[in-house]
Each structure stands twice: as C-alpha cells, then as structure tokens.
Write a protein that binds this ligand. Sequence first.
Ligand SMILES: Nc1ncnc2c1ncn2[C@@H]1O[C@H](COP(=O)(O)OP(=O)(O)OP(=O)(O)O)[C@@H](O)[C@H]1O
Length: 739
Amino acid sequence: MQKMSYFSPLLFVCLDVCVLKVISLAQLSPLLLPRPFLTLWGGGLIRAGLLTSLAFTYPGSLPWMSSFAGLQSTAVLCFHLPAYTTLLWVLGKPVVEELWGWHSWQRALQGYIVTVVAWLYWSKYVSSLLLSWGRYASSLFTKTPCEKPKEDTGGPLKRLIGYMMPFLWRFITVLFLVILSSYGEMAVPQYTGRVADWIMNEEAPEAFTDAITVMALMTIGSAVLEFVCDLMYNITMSRIHMSVQGVVFQAVLKQEIAFFDSTSTGELVSRITTDTNEMSEALSEKLSLVMWYTARFGFLLYFMVSQSWKITLLTCMGLPIIWVIPKLTGHCSQMIAVKVQDSLAKANQVATETFSCMKTVKSFANEDGETERYRQRLDDTYALNKMEAAAYATTTWANSMTTLALKIGILYYGGTLVTRGSVSSGDLVSFVLYELQFASAVEAVMHYYPAVKKAVGASEKIFEYLDRKPQVPPDGTLAPENLEGHIQFKNVRFSYSGSTDEKNLVLKDVSLEMKPGQITALVGLNRSGKSTCVKLLERFYQPQAGEILLDGKPLQSYTDQFLHDQIAVVSQDCVLFARSIRENIKYGCKNASDEEMYTAAKQASAHEFILELPNKYDTDAGEKGGQVSGGQRQRIAIARALIRRPKILILDNATSDLDTENEYQVNQALLNQSNNCSVLMISNKMSVVEKADYIIVLNDGMVEEEGVHGELLKKQGLYAELVKKQDMSFHRKQEKGDE
Ligand SMILES: Nc1ncnc2c1ncn2[C@@H]1O[C@H](COP(=O)(O)OP(=O)(O)OP(=O)(O)O)[C@@H](O)[C@H]1O
C-alpha cells in the first residue's frame, strides 16, 4: 500500500506559489498586458487545474485533497479573487489593485486564510444544512426518470410536511409574522446608531425624537407580533401532534394479533405517547427557535452589510475561530469530566465493597487499611478535580478572550474606517450592537437545527407503524342474512412462528366438525392446542395449511364485522374496560337496548349482583375490571357475549372463576342458548363436558378421539383417563374436607 506523505500539502503550496510567480511574469508579456481579466480567470483555471492534477496524480497525496471537500477548497482558493474582482468591476468600483496584485504574496496568504475559513464553515455547519435542504428541495421538484416506484412513502420530513399541509395558511402567516417581528427587532440598533450620530453631531433634534419614537413603536410592534405568532404556532403544532397521535393509534389497532404478541404494550404506548410527544415538543420549541433565529440572522446580516460590508466580512471570518477554540478547550474538559466520573465510581466501589464485607473487615481489624484505600481513591479524584477546574477556567477564559479579540478587532478596524470617513460613528455603534447578536444568532441556528433534524429522524420510528401493512388477508365480502353455524376444520396445520416444521406445529392436521345447534366440547391435556383452535376461528391467525369452513365457505370469505358479530367468545382471561358496566356489556354493540342488556345479564346470572352495586349498571368496573370480583367479571363478560345474540358461542374455560353454585346456574343458562346457536365449549371440568352433544379430544395438536361421553368412556382412552383423574382429585378434595 502506498504510504501517505504529509509533505504533499507543502508540495501543493510550493507548486501554487511557483504558478503564481509564473503568471505574474507572464502578465507582463505583450499578449496578456492589455487583457488583465483574461489573466485573472485564466490564471485561476491554470492554478485549479494544476493543483487538482497534483492531488489526483501524486501517489503520496492526502486522501482529503482529492475528496469533495478538498476540491471545493481548491475552487475557493483559485476562484474567490477572480469572482470578487469581477463583482467589484460590475458594481463600478476600482479594481486596478486587485487586477495587478492578485498574485502578490499578501493576496496569496489572504487567499489561504479565506479558504481555511470557508472550509471551516463548509465542513462543520453549512454543508450539512445545505445538503439536507438541497436533498429535500430536489426530492420535491425532481422525479428520477425510469426509476421504479418505491415502496417507501417518503422521508419523515416529507411526511411531517404532509400533516402540516392542512394548516399551510397558518404557517405562511406565522412565517410572515416572524419576518415582520424580526425586522422590527433588528431595526432597533439602526436607530440607536442614528441617536448616537445625533448626540455626537448635536444637530437635527427632531431626528432624535423621531428615532426614539420609531424605536419604541417597533419594539412594541414586534413584541405583539411575536406573541401572536408564538400563540398561533403552538396551537397549530398541538393540532398536528393530536392528529399524528390519532392516526398512529388507528394504524396500531389495525395490526394483526401476532404483531401484538411480538410487541410489548410498553413499546406501543411509548411510540404513541412518549415518541410523538418528544417529536412534537422538539418541533414546537426547537423548530420555532430555528425559525426565529434564522430570520434574525438574515436581517442582522442585511443590516450589517448595509452598515459596512468590510467589517461584516471581518466578523464572518472571525466567527469560526471563536467557535473552534472554545470547542477544543471544551473537548478537553469533557475528557477530564469523564475521568472524574470513573474515579468517583472507583471510590464508590471501595466504599460499597467495604460496607458489604463489614464482618470480614472487622474480623481482620482492617478498618484503617480500608480507610486508607478509600482516601487514596479520593486523592486521585481530587487531582482530577483540580485539572477539571483548570480546564473549566481555560474554557471560560478562551471563550471570553476570543470574543473580546473579535470585538477589539471590529472596533479597531471600525475605528479606522470612521477616521477615514468611510462610516459614521453611529454606524459603528449600530454595527457593534448587531455583532453582539449575530454570533449568538448563528450559534443558535447551528445548535437547534441538528435538534430539529434529530426530531424529524426520530419521527421515522412513529411512521414505521403507519407504514406497516397488517399481515392479514384482505377482508372477505360475505355477510349472509342467515347463518347456520356449521364449522369444519380440514387438515389444519398451524404454528405461531409461521414455520411449517413439524416440531413447531401447534396443530397437526386437525380435522373436526361442529354441527349447527349442538354443543361440542373440546378437551385435552394442557397445551394440546384447544385455545389455538379458538384463535383460528376468530381469524386472529391464519393456518399454514388446510382450511376452516363456516357453513361450507372459507372463513376468510366473510367480512370481519360479520364474523365477529356471529362468533362470541368468552374466555377465562377476558378483561373488562375501565368504564361503566353498562358500557362494558354493550361493548361493540352500542345500539342494543337496555332491555336486551338486562336479558343478557340475566342469562349470565349477572343482573342480581349488578343491581346490588352502588351505581347499578352505571358502576365503574375499574381498570381491567378490578372493581368487581373475578366471578362477577366473568359473568359480565358472558353477558357482553350474549347481548350480540351470536350464532356461534365459544366458551373457553368461561366459568372456571365461578363458585360451584354460580357455575351451575351460568352453565345451565349458557347451554340453554344452544337452542339458538352452536356452542363450542372448552373446559377442564368433565362434569360439564359430559353434557355436550359431541366431544373431541385433542392431544399434542392432533385429534385423538371423538364421540359422545358414553362411547369415549368405553374406549378407555385419553378421555376416560381425564375423567378418572378428575374423579380421583375430587375424592381427594372431599376426603380432605371431611377430615
Ligand atoms: N401467542 C402464542 N405464541 C406462541 N405460542 C403460543 C401462543 N399461544 C399459545 N402458544 C403455544 O401453543 C401451544 C398450545 O397452546 P394452547 O393455549 O392452544 O393450548 P391449550 O390446549 O388451550 O392449553 P391450556 O389448556 O393450558 O389453555 C402451547 O405450547 C403454547 O405454549
């Protein structure tokens, strides 16, 4: 590998100086003597060409020299003087000195300083700003031909702008107010300068009064505009925040159940609340600051240039230096601060270790030894603290010294211009006032702009959910008036992970049938796949193979609304919402009458206990139904299912939380329902199961046996074993009770 030579910059400068010397001699030739502009631009081109060739062809040149930033700097070095001279010429200013002296060593040195300053600006701050603006502008106005349409729905910034579009007029008004208010604010120093001129010249007393009046009016006016603007902006941003939160919430609700299995509730809530809050706070606060400071920066620059473009140039050249020096010293104090933290952590470690092993320390009588060890650690921290204090003082000193140096430079140079009569004393006063605000305005824009960018970037996380397409098949179209409730599983294979590997399958070729109007029981050992069958019936997941038919038609062909109106599920872990019992029973069935609600509650044996509650049906169920007992919760959930008059009722251990008497009542009521609908019952209580018209026994994801109670008992298989086990445990419990 070619070794890099750090002499290459020196070689670069030597070549440049030689080229300049040759051009200065060539300019005296009869051919070029009458054409100074040709020499100026031609010389610039030759310089740029030779320096670029050196950067690309010299084997030891630094990679930076042939990078984009290097080429940019070469262009600034070679063309800033031709451009500046031409501009002066266009403005009708004298250019003799520039045309004949641009290759002098003073000008060459000045050129290098300008290039370094330009590079500092460009590389650190301006480039990132322009690049992102440029990218955004090009994304708005250009369409790459022949490009395939992308899945991507646009960058987050574009998306956010999409949400802002309905309020476009408000934003335009806000922008207008920002510009107007900033203009008023920034014009005040101009009038201060005029007042200073009046005081010094002691003439035109009415000018003094005028200036004071205008200043007062402008200050009041811009303050009022700022107030209106901030109010309007913040209200608009809150509206946008609300609408983003709303659509994200809606998008999350549309996702498939498997998505909720793999995403924690905390993460979902954090996306909808914390992330959107952070984004909107950053946008409301920081974007507004960027807007204000950019407007101020623009007006400051305008007023400064109109006072004196020469002092403005000096200020702009000095700014990177006053930013760079404190940054370097700041970096140093940051490093020391990290070391202090480490050292403190070590001292704490000694203390923690000592206190946790107190008995050992005491038994060895080593209290003094441990104290000494702790003191040593504290001594290390103290030494670092001293360094930190020195670094802090240096940073503060460097800050004020560089700012002071720039101010002295401006005052000195401004004073020279005042003496020469190029600017008035009042202009210099105005300029100093502008300069005081200028550095902080530029710094504020550079500080807040990345924060806004970060917030926009963070919004990507929020939009991730909006872009996510739910992994559910398209909604069906069937919604027949009459449904019999005939269910068939045909060779259904299913795994939660989506894998078709035999070892991951929860259901393995399950074929079963639920006849209309019958009570079908699904039994089996734990984890045999009973609840999974229910989840597939609810269409929460899709089987990997086989099909599920409802009245002979695939389950997918029915509309989602119809399916969930017809299939009601009451499971052991059903939860209530923190709303009134009335709202809970009528959940998803808002139009049901109170009469229907009472009937459903009576069927679920819930009516009586609800009437005993303090506010009857208007009693709040509390979070997750915490205000009522487990059994009561279960009965309300059953009423919630029954009020829909479903064609298929699924009871997944629905009565397991009830005491024996209530269980009997509720079961009777539920089983009476089977006159109107098909019931699929999952229960561990064989005394309940035996009443079913048909029993299917699942074992490890497969149908092991099926038939009616008597037949299955005779088979002496898994079903008979389950009945026997329950009988034995019942007898054991009874014996314990008797004792
Ligand atoms: N959401 C899920 N994600 C991954 N695996 C699951 C999920 N739900 C259930 N399982 C697994 O599927 C298998 C069958 O579970 P299922 O709840 O259907 O059995 P079950 O017969 O109803 O059991 P139980 O009587 O204990 O409720 C189990 O191994 C279980 O761990």
